[in-house]
Design a protein around this ligand. Structure first.
Ligand code: BES
Ligand code: MN
Ligand code: ZN
Length: 502
């Protein structure tokens, strides 16, 4: 993937993709309509192409003095709403459309003069995201061919310098690739991606990027007193793993230390509180938060974030079995708190409780955890928006701003102390469920008990980790949500002033 400065007529490519606004006149881009032999005028007049988001219109160049072989217009909506989030999506949609047509070389044109580098990065992310293949186990269809060679074209008269924009493209490429690596992991079925295999693949992925990795086995996990993680793992014949990633850039200050924690349940049957059969296959992606943390660690290291980061991913299956935990069982967390297990299907918060504790042990000063945690969050916010929780508000706002920029839609949810009483246990410090009311909130209230008063934010990606319906910019399957947010967050430490609760 590379970046060139216009003119568009000189770009050596098979398909020149031009974002087109609803208010654009046929002559909006000098020379383009003539070069297409008037096809733009015709398609707009006949309404064959209306420039609504993701509308796609292809025509050959009639003018042979233009080097691109064909022109594609991609609907970009209204100019006033055009920002890097739109660029990312229309670039992804263009990439998917080009791949469907088996086009070898695609050039994507940047429009507008504002935030050129931001748009270039987003375009690189979108095009890269379009490379993901979901059907990797299909044997009866030819494997999808190599993705097109991508070029990003900046305007000839752009106010920005080519090296700066090229650098943004390279950054977007890394973030897109890391998102796709997380998607590959989430796509793997539970029989292929056991906790041990997850740890092996995450090690490969992060070590290659320069991250220091340590994998703790069941003996070490038990020695550390992680009774919550050990408890969830008891029902399975597959042993649990705890992945620890470290990014220690030379010369980085001792503090702050960003602590990223991801839920790594490689399959969630619910355990003894077993789930209904319908749709249970989806629970192979219950490690999407852990995959996001591993992939973000790779991006953080490759892009050289100027801050220390630790990543912690507890990985286990949640299975019923003769040795599985039962409702009513009491588990002791590494932090010392005791938990009465009311529902063995509320396992994510259990393993994250020990994970958050370990991130603090490793020196984290600011925490973010990511998890496919609650069905209630899907009910509250649907399939496109992740729930954002945490404290104090300035840390949560920081995560929110970064997520907006990274194209991961999030929305803040309340965590008032009032909800705490729903987790009261007669016999232990707290229960692991708080009933149906506010089901996503009580899960976070549980996690907050393990954040030790540090600035802490939680992303509930239960609705967003997996696309159940194909969109023009995102096929069915794993979305790679949160990878870019976590990675970009590591570049904003100048803005972290919160110290948590006293
Ligand atoms: N992994 C699930 C949450 C989930 C649900 C993710 C739907 C993606 C789609 C989690 O472990 C779970 O089972 N949560 C329970 C909690 C309940 C028992 C308190 C839930 O949401 O039903
Ligand atoms: Mn569960
Ligand atoms: Zn789960």
């Amino acid at each position: 993937m590379h970046c060139v400065r216009g003119p568009q007529a000189a770009v050596d490519t098979d398909l020149l993709v031009v974002p087109w606004f609803e208010e654009d006149a046929p002559g909006a881009i000098p020379g383009l309509d003539q070069a297409s032999g008037g096809e733009i005028t015709r398609a707009l007049a006949s309404k064959e192409f209306a420039a609504k988001p993701y509308d796609f219109f292809i025509t050959p160049f009639a003018d042979r003095s233009w080097r691109p072989r064909r022109l594609a217009l991609i609907g970009a909506g209204r100019f006033a709403e055009y920002d890097s989030a739109v660029v990312r999506k229309i670039a992804a949609a263009s990439g998917l459309a080009a791949r469907e047509r088996h086009i070898d070389r695609v050039a994507f044109v940047l429009r507008g003069r504002a935030d050129v580098a931001g748009h270039a990065q987003a375009a690189a992310e979108g095009l890269t995201l379009s490379e993901f293949n979901v059907g990797i186990y299909k044997t009866d269809e030819p494997a999808p061919g190599a993705p097109p060679a991508w070029t990003i074209v900046m305007a000839e008269d752009s106010p920005d310098a080519l090296p700066r924009v090229s650098q943004a493209v390279a950054r977007g490429r890394v973030l897109g690739e890391c998102s796709n690596l997380a998607r590959e992991l989430a796509n793997e079925p539970g029989n292929a991606l056991t906790p041990r295999e997850f740890a092996r693949r995450a090690t490969e992925m992060t070590a290659e990027g320069g991250v220091k990795v340590e994998i703790l086995d069941e003996t070490r996990i038990a020695e550390l007193g992680m009774g919550l993680l050990m408890g969830v793992a008891r029902g399975s014949s597959e042993p649990p793993r705890l992945m620890v990633f470290r990014h220690d850039p030379p010369g980085a200050p001792a503090s702050p230390v960003l602590g990223l924690v991801g839920k790594g349940v490689t399959f969630d049957t619910g355990g003894i509180s077993i789930k209904a059969a319908v749709g249970m296959e989806r629970m192979k992606d219950d490690m999407a938060g852990g995959a996001a943390v591993a992939a973000a660690m790779r991006a953080i290291s490759l892009l050289g974030a100027p801050v220390r980061v630790v990543g912690v991913v507890p990985a286990t299956e949640n299975m019923p079995g003769g040795r599985a935990i039962k409702p009513g069982d009491i588990l002791k967390s590494a932090a010392g708190k005791t938990v009465e297990v009311i529902d063995t299907d509320a396992e994510g918060r259990l393993i994250l409780g020990d994970g958050l504790w370990y991130a603090r042990e490793l020196g984290a000063t600011h925490l973010v955890d990511v998890a496919t945690l609650t069905g209630a969050c899907v009910v509250a916010l649907g399939k496109t928006t992740s729930g954002l929780f945490g404290t104090p508000p300035d840390w949560v706002d920081q995560v929110r701003r970064v997520a907006d920029r990274a194209g991961d839609r999030v929305w803040p949810m309340p965590i008032f102390d009032d909800y705490r009483e729903q987790l009261k246990s007669e016999i232990a410090d707290l229960t692991n469920t708080g009933g149906r009311p506010g089901g996503s909130i009580t899960a976070e209230i549980f996690l907050k008990e393990f954040a030790g008063g540090l600035p802490w934010a939680h992303l509930d990606i239960a609705g967003t980790a997996w696309a159940e319906e194909a969109k023009p910019f995102l096929p069915k399957g794993p979305s790679g949500v949160a990878v870019r947010t976590l990675a970009e967050l590591a570049f904003t430490s100048q803005q972290w002033n919160s110290k948590g609760e006293s």
